[in-house]
Structures are given as structure tokens and as C-alpha cells.
Design a protein around this ligand. Structure first.
Ligand SMILES: Cc1ncc(COP(=O)(O)O)c(C=O)c1O
Length: 388
């Protein structure tokens, strides 16, 4: 008898991150598993959304986004990413970076095409690849600085390669790809006629003077890059579901078709409110990064004191903590379950970020995008781990 559900969804499991979030609720644990802030979104940005609803911007918008939001995104990517995009032919507003990514892959991948993914990876890329029919090829980011081996990467490119997914600053490692690394990847993309799909949603969360480089701004990459970003992390509004994809007209045209039939449009009143957010001045971004730096430094110190060894991120708001000091636990998953149930801190087993799960068994990922009080309480609870 044929199965009532598809072979497609049978190929992936439910999100481990969201499962850990559910466990955090059940056990009253602090949720350091899922990367969303527990602090308030900026007051003025919320007011802009309230006003947009009151002003009755409550119906469908043009499927690829209001002209005004596309223009504001084009201005922003010119200012921060050195990418020139025409609002009418090069910018698509999507329901978060999440939808931009699946729309991008549905737009460019034919079943059997290969796509290259760095591991550890943001967990959505696996199911995205499966749903678009892509064959995944993996290249490993290696500790302690999460570099990749250029020869290993080069060996993956071939005539079946359609795209490479880049995520910088990177979740879960906190790596920020350097200009040299991106130039190397760009060279391979040009040699093999491959599209770079780059997820840059943490672009404004940078530490230690790290420079964010968009591969789409490099020579020869304008026509072969889809740049994805989002308001979720930059403006602490992960529930708004507002993101965008910037690409050459040929790619944008294809992506918009997938986007239209997946979601019609991103929330109209929030697109109106985004105009205020997207045009905020430099001080906003500087404060955002400075506040995250404080959270990072506090949390890394607390984790190290507990007995973890942390990879210090240069971007984004996660750390992959080495669990070698807790050898009494059989695996990352066992330790993560113990922590959520008995210590009151939820995190994510490192293996869930790897295709080759054993590579992540020595790590747990902690998200530190939380209020100071939350982090202090987490630090207090972590002390119990040393004594348990
Ligand atoms: C690397 C990465 N890309 C995309 C997303 C999802 O972004 P959005 O809220 O814009 O859909 C996340 C969320 O954690 C992420 O870490």
C-alpha cells in the first residue's frame, strides 16, 4: 500500500532546535537552544508596525514586496554590502530568510543537481536541499578557527554542481568568512558556473573588528549570487517573518515565481514598518553589536567556568562549547537532555549540525541572544552542572 505521506518529508526529522525549545517549556528551562531574543524589540520599530496596521495596510501587497520596501532594501545593500540592486528587478521580499532560501533553491535546482554545504550547518539547509531535489555534498569547517581545506572544497566542484550555500557570519560556529576565503569560493563558482546562495542574516552581529564581506560584491559574482538577509536578527523581530533575497534579474525572476506560489507575500503592515527600521543610522548597528559583545563575553566566561571550552565567535550569537570536561555523559545528546531536565538550561547537541554526526558529538551549541538577567540565571544554574 502506498504511504499516505511523501518520501520527501520522510527524509528529514523534525527540527532538533525546536524540539529542544519544546523541552525547555516542559521543564521550565532557560531556552539557550533557539536563536531568538527574549528582550523587547525596539519601541520605535514596534510603534511603526502598530501605526501601519492602524493606517490600514492590511491587505496583500505586491507579491515580491512593496515598492518602498524593495527600494529601502536596495539602499541598505548598497550601503552595507556594496551590492547594487534594482528594486524592480533585483529585490524580493520574502517571509523571512527561511522562505528566501527555499525559494532560491526551488528556483535554481533541478532534481539531481548537486549543492555544496559547509558543515556544521544551519539545520534548515538539509531539508531545503531535499525539498528542492538537490544532492548534498559537504565540506567540513575545522576547529578551532573553523577554516575549510581549499583542496577539499575544490574537489567537490564538478559539472553537476549547481550551487554552494554560504552562511556568514555563521550559525552555529560564529565564523566570519574572510575576504580571501570568499574570493577563493568565488573563483570556483566562476570556474564551474555555480551560483553562490549566501545567507547573511547575522551580518550586523560582528565582534573583534571582524569585517563582513558579501560574496555578491566580489568581482564576477554579481550575476551568480543570491544574497539573503532578514530583519529577524538585526532588529530583534524574529516573529515578523520578514526577509529578502537580492539577485540579478534572471535569478530574481525565477525566485519570485517560487516565492509567489509558496506564500504570496510577506506581511504587508510589517513591510511598511520596515521602512523605518531599514533606514536607521549607524548608531543603531553599533549599539546592537556592542550589546551582543557584552552578552557573548559574559556567557563564554560562565560556560568556561562551568567546565566547557568555548569556540569564541567572531560573529552571530552562538558558541559551540566543547564538552570534553563532561566525559561521564555518553554523548552530546545525553548531556543536553540532562541539562534541560535537571539543570534548567536548554541547548542543542552539536551532532545535529553535522551530516557526519560523530564530528559534532563533542559539542553543544548555546545561543546567547538573551537579557542579562536571563544569562545570569543561566550561569547560576550551570553551577549545578559542576556538582551533579
Ligand atoms: C543561519 C540562519 N539563517 C536563517 C535563519 C532564519 O531566519 P528568518 O527568521 O529570517 O527566517 C536563521 C535563524 O536562526 C539562521 O540562524
Amino acid at each position: 500500500m502506498p504511504s499516505t505521506t511523501s518520501d520527501r518529508v520522510a527524509q528529514f526529522t523534525e527540527s532538533v532546535i525546536r524540539e529542544m525549545t519544546r523541552l525547555a517549556y516542559t521543564h521550565g528551562a532557560i531556552n539557550m537552544a533557539q536563536g531568538y531574543p527574549d528582550f523587547a524589540a525596539p519601541e520605535d520599530i514596534k510603534e511603526a508596525a502598530v501605526k501601519a496596521i492602524r493606517d490600514d495596510h492590511n491587505q496583500y501587497s505586491i507579491t515580491w514586496g512593496t515598492r518602498e520596501m524593495r527600494a529601502a532594501v536596495a539602499e541598505k545593500v548598497a550601503r552595507f554590502n556594496r551590492i547594487h540592486a534594482e528594486p524592480d528587478t533585483g529585490v524580493t521580499i520574502c517571509c523571512g530568510g527561511t522562505e528566501a532560501m527555499i525559494s532560491a533553491l526551488l528556483a535554481i535546482v533541478n532534481p539531481g543537481d548537486e549543492i555544496i554545504i559547509f558543515e556544521p550547518f544551519y539545520e534548515n539547509y538539509g531539508p531545503d536541499a531535499i525539498m528542492s531535489g538537490a544532492v548534498r555534498r559537504y565540506v567540513t569547517l575545522r576547529e578551532p578557527d573553523w577554516h575549510f581545506d581549499p583542496d577539499e572544497l575544490a574537489a567537490l566542484f564538478n559539472e553537476k554542481t549547481k550551487a554552494i550555500i554560504i552562511n556568514t557570519p555563521n550559525n552555529p560556529t560564529g565564523k566570519v568568512f574572510t575576504r580571501e576565503e570568499l574570493k577563493f569560493i568565488a573563483g570556483l563558482c566562476q570556474k564551474w558556473d555555480v551560483i553562490a546562495v549566501t545567507d547573511e542574516i547575522y551580518e550586523h552581529i560582528l565582534y573583534s573588528g571582524a569585517e563582513h564581506v558579501s560574496i555578491g560584491s566580489l568581482d564576477g559574482m554579481t550575476d551568480r549570487t543570491i544574497t539573503i538577509s532578514s530583519l529577524s536578527k538585526t532588529f530583534s523581530v524574529t516573529g515578523w517573518r520578514l526577509g529578502y533575497a537580492v539577485a540579478a534579474p534572471r535569478l530574481t525572476h525565477a525566485l519570485r515565481k517560487a516565492h509567489d506560489f509558496l506564500t504570496v507575500n510577506a506581511p504587508t503592515p510589517l513591510q511598511i514598518a520596515s521602512l523605518y527600521a531599514l533606514r536607521l543610522g549607524q548608531e543603531y548597528y553599533e549599539r546592537l553589536a556592542a550589546e551582543y559583545r557584552e552578552r557573548r563575553d559574559f556567557m563564554i566566561a560562565a560556560l568556561e567556568e562551568t567546565g566547557f571550552r568555548c569556540a569564541v565567535p567572531t560573529g552571530a550569537y552562538y558558541t559551540m562549547a566543547d564538552i570534553g570536561g563532561f566525559s561521564e555523559f555518553g554523548s552530546d545528546t545525553e548531556l543536553a537532555l540532562h541539562m534541560v531536565k535537571n539543570i534548567g538550561v536548554a541547548c542543542v547537541p552539536g551532532s545535529s549540525f553535522y551530516r557526519h554526526a560523530h564530528l559534532g558529538r563533542n559539542r553543544l551549541r548555546f545561543a546567547f541572544c538573551k537579557r542579562r538577567e536571563t544569562l545570569e540565571e543561566a550561569a547560576r544554574r550551570l553551577k549545578k552542572l559542576r556538582n551533579s
